[in-house]
Design a protein around this ligand. Structure first.
Ligand code: CP
Ligand code: NVA
Length: 301
């Protein structure tokens, strides 16, 4: 097989995904025990950020450090990308120097172009359509607390955004039911809803959506790049806040996930995010472990 990229969760088979999640938990344990694991010594990850980031940047940089390698932060403000050098040329040049390229950008087609012209693995660290690295951490977190998601129900409450699209891929791969509660006009990608109708459905009423759900997840109402729609979205999503009352209607012991950053009082109440049912801080930490497993998978297997 040629070079492996990670542009969406579907770049992994089900067994690869499950193996990677197990490996993420094992690497977490190694780190807890302060055991060295420098399998990426002398390897370099280039990290292109065209949007802001806290978790993704810090987790990838730390991952490369802990694996014995190095990372280079690149932003359009101080590279030739910002001055119009084509993405194709950037991919060709970087892949002659580094061992993998991580990209956070706007249009998903841009990362696909990058991958087509790169001789080294390209990792999607968020596009307008997908956020597969976050899903690795989310799935790892659920498994560590409650075991397999297969056959269970997950409720996505809020915007049918990049995170929601990646949750649809996860539902397909791991065969769980995903119920998306969103206002009209804010559905996930229509193609995904069609292709994965076996595993996903849209339910307008959040209370009905969370019924029987073992996991409730949400995200901001206005994603990066949608700042101008903030006020309009606040109105459209007013009935879609994850509250204590909503969580009480989910299955007993349901967990709450949020990729962060969160807006308390908008998509989630302060009470829910700071409740023990919420495992968002561990979810954030698992970005590090899941991405170490991903880097090892892409560069060492
Ligand atoms: N969840 C996530 O990707 O966070 P950052 O935007 O801080 O990287
Ligand atoms: N949907 C959010 C996720 C941030 C991690 C965004 O794209 O801004």
């Amino acid at each position: 097989m040629g070079v492996r990229h990670f542009l969406t969760l579907l770049d992994l088979s089900k067994s690869e995904l499950l193996g990677l999640l197990d490996r993420a938990s094992a690497l977490k344990q190694l780190q807890r025990n302060h055991q060295r694991h420098d399998v990426l010594a002398r390897r370099t990850l280039a990290m292109i950020f065209e949007k802001a980031s806290t978790r993704t940047r810090v987790s990838f940089e730390t991952a490369m450090t802990q694996l014995g390698g190095a990372s280079i932060f690149l932003s359009p403000a101080d590279t030739q990308l910002g001055r119009g050098e084509p993405i194709e040329d950037t991919a060709r040049v970087l892949s002659r120097m580094v061992d993998a390229i991580m990209v956070r950008t706007f249009a998903h087609s841009k990362i696909e172009t990058m991958a087509r012209h790169s001789a080294v693995p390209v990792i999607n660290a968020l596009t307008d359509d997908h956020h597969p690295c976050q899903l690795l951490a989310d799935l790892q977190t659920y498994r560590e607390h409650r075991g397999a998601l297969e056959g269970r129900t997950v409720a996505w409450v809020g915007d049918g955004n990049n995170m929601c699209n990646s949750f649809i891929h996860a539902a397909h791969l791991l065969d769980f039911e995903l119920v998306v509660a969103c206002p009209p006009g804010y559905e996930p990608l229509a193609d995904l809803l069609r292709q994965h109708a076996r595993n996903v459905r849209v339910e307008r009423d959040p209370a009905l959506a969370v019924r029987g759900a073992s996991l409730v997840a949400t995200d901001v109402w206005a994603s990066m790049g949608q700042e101008a729609e903030q006020q309009k979205r606040k109105v459209a999503f007013a009935d879609y806040q994850v509250t204590r009352r909503l969580m009480d209607q989910a299955a007993a012991g349901a967990l709450f996930l949020h990729c962060l950053p969160a807006h308390r009082g908008e998509e989630v109440s302060a009470e829910v995010i700071d409740d023990p049912q919420s495992v968002v801080w561990e979810e954030a930490e698992n970005r590090l472990h899941a991405q170490k497993a991903l880097l090892e998978f892409l560069l060492c297997s």
